[in-house]
Design a protein around this ligand. Structure first.
Ligand SMILES: *[C@@H]1O[C@H](CO)[C@@H](O)[C@H](O)[C@H]1NC(C)=O
Ligand SMILES: *[C@@H]1O[C@H](CO)[C@@H](O)[C@H](O)[C@H]1NC(C)=O
Ligand SMILES: *[C@@H]1O[C@H](CO)[C@@H](O)[C@H](O)[C@H]1NC(C)=O
Ligand SMILES: *[C@@H]1O[C@H](CO)[C@@H](O)[C@H](O)[C@H]1NC(C)=O
Length: 474
């Protein structure tokens, strides 16, 4: 018995994963993991649900024959087309859903748009989201998939708010109130869930006065009282603000699915491994105890955000955006997390079969030319990813030259270790000894088909150069 347990421990030791827990997988990365590797990563960790942001056929078909439930997404950029033309929606369903279902992919949800009513979009998607949802729903019903596949839209929790800190004062946002009511009616008619993203981290990030403990689940926050209910964490209060909003809209029984919830590990003073581990531990324990919120006391389908880091996500909202992964870019786990909610201190199982590029890094070699260094550093950071540099981040311990090496290496790896990408007017050079220091990790790019496809679309000087050489020899 003891021997068996020890073996389990060695292999990562994940127990029975919570049936309602899924994970988001976004691939805005220079080198996304190949879909078949991700399918096995999920299986190894007992995760039975995945949420995708598009319906890329290679990715979706990788789930064929697995027992993993898939949510596919429709990017906001496609909403206009789908809202206007019924036949476009039918085409989309035919190619991206019916075909995949026939080939054994267990598609359960379609998210039409992703947080389309964010204020930063200036209302661009307000008029077209519901018409697009209706066209997709019609096409799904026509394809005979209406019972199996539910059509919804992933909404940011900012579609509702409360004038006070009390959930009972909550309601849908004034500027989109009528629209939200229509969406709720549509979802109810089709027995589809309200899909919402809730982020205690962002509340903490956006507001210096936010009580940090309120973001976690340990009951240490002062919290707030509302109609004989005590709220000791922000997630519950936020979820119940939605429950109240639905009640006031006359649809108290609409089911709720959490589209995104999670904690980033770098790029901000509160984004680190300890906080991420603590947040997930509290959250998953709560789910294991089938404790939703006071007004939504049962468990619900929940997608953690996110599977892996994405080094090309926009950092407009903040540098932490590229560090939401429970796993690193290469599918190695970052911190211990027990998907069964038992709170055990165990690491998830790492992705298998990941192939790395060569053991090569790019670092500074000539430290004398300060001006070239400064210019090269900012150039490398624009093309690469420097969000781990700076105060209270994983690479805060570097000096100026360390910063330069870090930036040069990021640029070099994102460019597939091309020799031209490690020059910087002659002040950089390739080394074969790992320059990583302490918590500051200098990555090696992985081999990724996503990257090869992108590179081929992105014909640049280097590729044309290679193409010419190959043509010459052929
Ligand atoms: C299927 O989905 C992909 C990825 O989202 C998209 O590029 C493509 O246009 C879709 N196909 C159709 C026929 O709409
Ligand atoms: C929204 O409006 C602001 C101010 O007019 C502008 O700066 C921004 O680019 C707009 N964003 C989008 C997505 O249209
Ligand atoms: C909601 O569900 C409860 C319990 O099933 C039921 O009694 C109630 O009538 C429902 N309310 C609405 C508005 O459908
Ligand atoms: C390294 O880069 C970070 C982020 O740009 C900056 O905050 C820090 O001051 C830099 N360190 C040195 C020694 O220049």
């Amino acid at each position: 018995m003891i021997v068996v347990m020890a073996l389990c421990q060695l292999q990562g030791g994940q127990g029975e994963t919570l049936p309602d827990i899924g994970v988001n997988w976004g691939a805005i990365a220079s080198h996304p993991l190949n879909p078949p590797i991700v399918v096995n990563l999920l299986k190894d960790n007992g995760i039975k649900r995945i949420k995708l942001f598009d319906a890329d056929p290679w990715t979706v078909s990788a789930f064929s024959g697995s027992d993993i439930e898939v949510m596919v997404g429709i990017p906001n950029e496609m909403l206009k087309k789908l809202s206007k033309h019924k036949n476009q929606a039918e085409n989309w369903v035919k190619h991206n859903v019916s075909k995949q279902v026939k080939e054994g992919v267990n598609i359960r949800y379609i998210s039409v748009g992703n947080e389309p009513f964010l204020k930063t979009y200036n209302g661009s998607f307000v008029e077209i989201t519901l018409p697009a949802m209706k066209n997709v729903q019609r096409a799904i019903s026509k394809a005979g998939l209406g019972d199996q596949i539910k059509v919804t839209t992933a909404l940011n929790a900012d579609v509702y708010d409360s004038a006070t800190d009390k959930p009972s004062d909550g309601n849908f946002r004034e500027d989109i109130y009528d629209l939200m009511k229509q969406i709720v009616v549509f979802l109810d008619e089709n027995k589809a869930p309200f899909l919402v993203n809730i982020y205690p981290f962002l509340s903490l990030y956006q507001n210096d006065d936010f009580p940090k403990e309120y973001a976690f689940f340990d009951g240490n926050a002062k919290g707030t009282d509302d109609k004989n209910v005590h709220y000791s964490n922000m997630f519950d209060a936020n979820l119940d603000t939605l429950v109240w909003s639905l009640k006031k809209a006359g649809h108290p029984n609409l089911s709720i699915v959490i589209g995104e919830v999670g904690w980033p590990t770098d790029g901000d003073k509160n984004a680190n491994l300890e906080n991420a581990k603590r947040f997930y531990q509290g959250f998953l324990k709560k789910m294991a105890n089938k404790k939703g919120s006071p007004l939504h006391p049962n468990t619900m389908v929940t997608y953690l955000f996110s599977l892996t880091d994405e080094n090309q996500k926009s950092i407009a909202p903040g540098d932490f955006e590229r560090h939401w992964g429970i796993f690193r870019y290469d599918g190695k786990p970052k911190f211990s997390i027990d998907f069964s909610g038992q709170g055990q201190d165990i690491m998830p199982i790492a992705a298998k079969g990941v192939l790395y590029q060569e053991n090569k890094w790019c670092v500074i070699k000539n430290k004398n030319d300060k001006q070239t260094l400064g210019e090269s550093l900012s150039y490398a950071c624009q093309g690469g990813d420097c969000t781990s540099l700076g105060f209270r981040r994983s690479c805060s311990n570097l000096d100026l030259f360390g910063n330069a090496s870090y930036a040069f290496n990021q640029y070099f790896q994102i460019n597939d270790q091309s020799v031209e990408a490690c020059d910087f007017s002659g002040i950089a050079g390739i080394v074969t000894e790992d320059p990583s220091k302490g918590t500051c990790f200098f990555p090696i790019a992985i081999q990724s088909s996503g990257n090869i496809l992108r590179a081929m679309q992105n014909v640049n000087g280097v590729l044309i150069g290679f193409a010419l050489i190959f043509t010459f020899f052929l």
